[in-house]
Write a protein that binds this ligand. Sequence first.
Ligand code: CMX
Ligand code: CO
Length: 151
Amino acid sequence: MQEAVIMLTRIDHIGIACRNLDETIAFYQRTYNFSVFHSEVNEEQGVREAMIKINETDDGHATYLQLLEPIRDDSPIAKFLAKHGEGVHHIAFGTADVKAAADAIAEKGVQVLYPEPRRGTMGSSITFLHPKDCGGVLTELVQAAASEDTH
Ligand code: CMX
Ligand code: CO
């Protein structure tokens, strides 16, 4: 049987855990002149977040920094901050088909945290791969919403 080709076509974002979103945005603004492209609250993920757009990518989307502040003590970001402090929390690869990519990766023995993708930033569909199966790197897969405006 021929192996499925998994198309991950960009770094969609790097997720950064912080305790204070406004102070972290201010750091990126004053240090690099970066500005916030989009912000939202994702209740299910337990975060307030801000996306800083870094560059557009060959596949018609973009690469971002995702700054994440917890809104609940039992959320993944709150747990991570308590254990590791502030810093890089995950990397996210972009794909045109998150479900197909996740299914193909699961076949390789990597634990997919959401077999059915959930709602991510800007209406995207997301899932995560367990860090214990990925060399200690929490890895997200992202399929951008059809209407994502990267301009
Ligand atoms: N990177 C690397 N390792 C991590 C990690 C991370 N971000 N988060 C947890 N771990 C490690 C822990 O250090 C721990 O390792 P040890 O067993 O060696 O101590 C192990 O994974 C278990 O960690 P835990 O603190 O007990 O946490 P849980 O098992 O309850 O949860 C995880 C871990 C990955 C399942 C959970 O964080 C999760 O479901 N993440 C996906 C959702 C998410 O992160 N949402 C926020 C971002 C939303 C977005 O990007 O839009
Ligand atoms: Co993310």
